[in-house]
Design a protein around this ligand. Sequence first.
Ligand code: EPU
Length: 438
Amino acid sequence: MSSSLLAAAPWWRPNTGDTLVIRGGRPLVGSYPISGAKNAVLPLMVSALLTPHLVTLRNVPATLDVAVLATLLQHLGSEMHWSANGAGLAVTICADRLQPARIDPDLVTRMRASVLLLGALLARCGEARLPLPGGDAIGRRGIDFHIAGLRAMGATVELDGGMIHATARDGLSGADILLPLPSVGATENLLLAAVLARGTTTIRNAAREPEIADLAACLIAMGAKITGLGSHVLTIEGGAPLAGAVHTVLPDRIELGTLACAAALTDGRLFLRHGRLDLLGAAGALLGTAGVEMHEVDGGVMASRAKGDLSGVDFTTGPYPAFATDLQAPAMTLLATATGASTITETIFEQRFRHADELRKMGANIAVRGRTALIRGVDRLQGASVTCTDVRAAAALVIAGLAASGETELAGLDHLDRGYDRMAEKLAACGANITRPS
Ligand code: EPU
């Protein structure tokens, strides 16, 4: 991605090298700062479009997705002021002069989260026109729930030649919406729309991911009236104008789980600073059964390998608090060298096993049958040339390389950069031999 595209994110340094070279076999030891959550910060940035007042977000991760969304918001007329904030960034967004028609289609198609512009622009400006969103190739990823919910709130939504055109000239009205599945994106989109819609909106079968409660907390700080946080039923009393707010992005539970796997895989010991074990849901106990020792300490989580070998386990991904699909790939790397067999059943995205092909190049014994992968643990992974196929596959391959013997060369690094704030640098500070030659 060229740097000129990212003028709205002056901190973004387009990375030089196209590959990451990892010489594996060293234990990871030290303090690894867990960044603000990738999947919380994007909806939080979009929430700033709902008000002409200033919204400040702290603990913003310096990732490619954040840079791309910042650029999209700038094209739409928002102003952005960045500063350093501890290990992360702080951004103040001012959307007092929105120009909803000035959307950059190329940037929209780079990320799934851009679909959230639909609810926010429609609610604030009465109109939104954008291309169908992009994102990782991990399944069908429809937006029918988003559209049905917005229509129930009185919007006219038309799909034409890959474009979505939504209008609500007289504003949106509250509605009682039942989601067919607890979709994360649809819950967020409808929440963003509902806070400015007249009257009461009820979202039933809402997703319960912690990132949704984080978005709701920020909207409440802006003056929105939302109840039911963390439950399957969100009730929003909408219609009042929103003020500005200052909000700290919650820590990334997926980065936490991934690094805990890395500590166990390399037989190291990591202090995962700012990490919160309570956000892991079922994955916390399951990784524990597999031999990943995690416990809360002051200011974070300590992670290491429990005594003995890693052991095979069976799990099924599902909506929170079930095992997160975003941790499925790193967990597969963990189980690739566990004693015994494991099965992983993926219920959220139908094509989210592409990393299995790459792990096989490193010597893993993995058979995929439909939505289930059978993993038979091998003694050791070996370094190989592999390619990242999505954001979480990228992290899974990085930790595989750290545990493997020999050298691993990783290509397709945009995926890693999209979701992780300086992962290679943070790992190197914990003893990893990891470089990105230019
Ligand atoms: N679905 C539909 N129609 C819709 C919406 C969803 O059929 O209108 C289906 C999807 O195809 C999928 C399921 O419902 O099979 C769940 O999708 P969901 O809407 O919950 O996912 P999402 O909002 O597209 C977010 C995260 C994903 C994460 C999932 C599940 C963001 C930007 N993305 O996606 O994160 O895996 O929730 O937790 O928040 C990642 O970070 O690598 C990533 C893919």
